[in-house]
Ligand binder design. Structure first.
Ligand code: UGA
Length: 434
């Protein structure tokens, strides 16, 4: 099939590349000419494991191309995906200006039937708004489909190629048929494609992310309680997770959820509910608890140093909001850095992928080490904010030689408690005994 993808951010680029991989001709459009030029020259603009191989292969075989010219892309394609940002607007609700703006531009260019697919996370009712933009700007018949994306950064290619499910929101049989054909190669193992109306599809995406954010937040509160009552959150997690109704995944406590999706989507759903005069109480609590959780490590540090960390020097492992990504949007590490610096501490950080992105934002407010051990030099304590695999089994002897004190504050529960006691560490983690 001939496909256009408008927007080459995380979702757009992965979608375009993975759609090319099953033999479609995909043309990706972006208004950022510099970025488009780089992609044409074979540069992958994001760090995402496995994406580069597919990206280069499909460009080389002529199935994946990039342009700034929307007209070209629209005239060539049967299906047009919109993967555009929906940032929080001034009131916290999702800002639809990119989507509705692109819809208007596309509407002015269409000369034959197209399926317009919304891949971005958008509030309920957006498909109707997009349809209205087309009705106002063209006489050509089109169908608008809501097709939310559930991929996770770090495993995005796998998630796209083998999705747990595909959700297609449209009442048009013609569009349903085309979308079913497009997605058939991705659900060969028998994973379902759910067809539903546009509004249910739009809400499914918010409900999924908000539910997951709630699940994590619940576990974070259980972890906090474990510390108070002397229980171990690892044991509790295993104890509840083996019940299929709860499930083992997404029960790991930490220093709060971050990233470009959960914080934005939970807030947008709460605000959308509000605008319909529905007070979504759980989501308000989730947001509040998550804000607090982002600073639990700082609370632990302040308690340990009796509220005085002026002049203390900390090593920080991990800056990205989660492993296998260079994404630092809403990363808990940045909140921790901010607070510690405010209180007079200095920080030397290491992250395998995200350091350049952090440098671009905070410059030389902290120093950046070339590897995880260099970060420890003369540090009063090690802080862990991201669970990169490379941090999981470090050379403790080497650590002991450079760290000033055997003190670790671990926001991701990387190490075994018994082992840390044997090694003589003061090891303060989340929801576990000291
Ligand atoms: C999330 C969803 O998982 C995807 O399904 C969705 O498509 C995506 O948002 C989106 O809307 O685009 P992502 O933000 O890439 O994906 O990252 P996750 O792996 O879901 O992690 C989100 C946050 O939860 C991270 O800060 C992570 O550290 C935290 N988390 C996750 C925990 O604290 N504990 C866990 O057990 C799992």
């Amino acid at each position: 099939m001939k496909i256009a993808v408008i927007g080459t951010g995380y979702v757009g680029l992965v979608t375009g590349t993975c759609l090319a991989e099953t033999g479609n001709d995909v043309i990706c459009v972006d208004i950022n000419a510099v970025k488009v030029e780089k992609m044409i020259n074979g540069e992958v603009p994001i760090y995402e494991p496995g994406l580069d191989v597919l990206f280069h292969r499909n460009i080389a075989q002529g199935r994946l191309s990039f342009t700034t010219d929307l007209a070209d892309a629209v005239s060539e394609s049967q299906i047009i995906f919109m993967a555009l940002p929906t940032p929080p607007g001034g009131d916290g609700a999702a800002d639809l200006s990119y989507i509705l703006g692109a819809a208007k531009d596309i509407a002015k260019l269409v000369t034959s039937y197209k399926v317009i697919v919304n891949k971005s996370t958008v509030p309920v009712g957006t498909a109707d708004k997009v349809q209205a933009v087309f009705t106002a700007n063209t006489k050509v018949a089109i169908d608008v489909v809501s097709n939310p994306e559930f991929l996770r950064e770090g495993v995005a290619v796998d998630d796209f190629m083998k999705p747990d499910r595909v959700v297609i929101g449209t009442r048009s049989e013609k569009a349903q048929k085309l979308m079913a054909e497009l997605y058939a190669p991705y659900v060969r193992q028998g994973n379902p494609i759910f067809f539903m109306d546009e509004r249910s599809s739009e809400l499914t995406k918010y409900a999924a992310n908000s539910f997951l954010a709630t699940k994590i937040t619940f576990m974070n509160e259980i972890a906090n309680l474990c510390e108070i009552v002397g229980a171990d959150v690892d044991a509790v997690r295993k104890g509840i997770g083996s019940d299929d109704r709860i499930g083992k995944r997404f029960l790991f406590p930490g220093i709060g959820y971050g990233g470009s999706c959960f914080p934005k989507d939970v807030q947008a759903l709460a605000i959308a509910a509000d605008s319909h005069d529905y007070d979504f109480q759980i989501l308000r609590a989730v947001m509040e608890v998550n804000e607090r959780q982002k600073l639990v490590l700082v609370e632990k540090i302040l308690k340990y140093y009796k509220n005085n960390i002026k002049g203390k020097h900390f090593a920080l492992w991990g800056l990205a909001f989660k492993p296998e990504t260079d994404d630092i949007r809403e990363a808990p590490a940045l909140y921790i850095v901010d607070e510690l610096i405010k209180q007079g501490a200095t920080i030397s950080a290491f992250d395998p992928e995200a350091m350049n992105n952090v440098k671009a934002i905070i410059g030389d407010k902290i120093s950046f080490a070339t590897n995880q051990y260099d970060a420890l030099e003369n540090a009063d304590a090690l802080l862990i904010a991201t669970e990169w695999s490379v941090f999981r089994n470090p050379d403790f002897e080497r650590m002991d030689q450079v760290l000033n004190n055997k003190v670790i504050f671990d926001g991701r529960n990387l190490f075994d408690l018994e082992k840390m006691i044997d090694l003589g560490y003061y090891y303060n983690s989340i929801g576990r005994k000291l």
